[in-house]
Design a protein around this ligand. Structure first.
Ligand code: ADE
Ligand code: ZN
Length: 333
């Protein structure tokens, strides 16, 4: 182990941008597909991994939604989430605020309750077994009709105490945040915290919309915000955290090279930026691999790396007491 990877693995971290369905490794995908009698176009684990070459967000989403079709019963969702929490804890993630996509399951006939019961049970057991704290965020698929998001919110109310927030993901271009203003307002009235993928593949205007119409407490990706100086100033002054996902952003070709991912730029501008893994089963690395890739490519100092892990706790929706405790722990490393 190099000095750098040793240092990164020792640091306590919060992961704030992680899709549970994006942690479905080919091994589990093929095993579940076999058990559930689902046909997938992969002959082997290697065959699946070889198919994971993307040219844009949509080409990734196509395989992601294909993969989730292998998950059917509550135990499948438990196994998926528990495996992620176990892996994350092994990389010193102490707090994970994770997304799931209810509509990716309900639209193919799987009950909302089946999905959330499995995930919730995994979160409770993982906290017991590994001491990792979890927060669950349900994301609306922005390329589905608003009426479907509204139905999903209704279904979630029965499990209100298990779900911390609402998010917005899937195909961004052509599906601006303003489309979801009313359903986010209703979610806020019910006490859900709001986040949204914005400026991932769409222009800075989408980030403005997420702030103004959805009143987001955090921006996911946000790469295109640098096109608009006044937006950057707004994000800095209002201390709106931004979750970046380096390996993902290169895998779907937003950036040619990991050194182009604007993590250092964000730090230098005073943005509360964190590093996260997004869909690690598809993009070649969990959180520590993302930290390592960026730290190496951008020549980050140990103090900058520490700042990012402190940012991750600061950006989380954990209690102030826990945040302060872990930020102090980072300083002890
Ligand atoms: N769903 C899973 N990962 C996603 C991403 N990075 N962007 C949009 N939707 C997603
Ligand atoms: Zn994402």
């Amino acid at each position: 182990m190099t000095n750098l990877s040793d240092f990164i693995s020792k640091l306590p971290k919060a992961e704030l941008h992680l899709h549970l369905e994006g942690t479905l490794e080919p091994e589990m995908m093929l095993e579940k597909a076999k058990k559930n009698g689902i046909k997938l176009p992969y002959k082997s684990i290697e065959d699946a991994r070889n198919a994971y070459r993307f040219k844009d967000l949509q080409s990734f989403l196509d395989l992601y939604y294909l993969g989730v079709s292998s998950l059917v019963d509550e135990q499948d969702f438990f196994d998926l989430a528990y495996a992620y929490f176990k892996k994350a804890a092994s990389q010193n993630v102490r707090r994970a605020e994770v997304f799931f996509d209810p509509q990716a399951h309900t639209r193919r006939g799987v009950d909302f309750g089946t999905v959330i019961k499995g995930i919730h049970r995994a979160a409770v057991k993982a906290e017991d077994d590994f001491g990792i704290s979890a927060g669950i965020i349900m994301s609306f698929l922005r390329d589905m009709p608003v009426s479907s998001a509204e139905e999903t919110l209704e279904q979630a109310l029965q499990y209100r105490s298990w779900i911390m927030g609402v998010g917005l993901d899937s195909k961004e271009l052509g599906n601006p945040p303003s489309k979801f203003e009313n359903v986010f307002k209703r979610a806020s009235d019910e006490g859900f915290i709001a986040v949204a993928h914005a400026g991932e593949e769409a222009p800075a205007e989408y980030v403005w919309e997420a702030i103004k119409f959805l009143k987001v407490a955090r921006i996911d990706h946000g790469y295109h915000m640098f096109e608009d100086q006044s937006l950057v100033i707004y994000v800095v002054h209002n201390r709106i955290p931004v979750t970046m996902c380096p390996l993902a952003s290169v895998a779907v070709e937003y950036f040619k090279d990991i050194k182009d991912v604007p993590v250092k730029k964000a730090i230098d501008l005073g943005i509360i930026v964190s590093i996260n893994s997004d869909d690690p089963a598809y993009f070649g690395g969990y959180i520590n691999e993302n930290y390592e890739a960026v730290a190496e490519a951008l020549n980050l100092t140990f103090s900058e790396i520490k700042q990012i892990t402190k940012n991750s706790f600061l950006s989380s929706f954990w209690s102030d007491k826990e945040k302060e405790k872990y930020i102090a722990n980072v300083d002890k490393i």
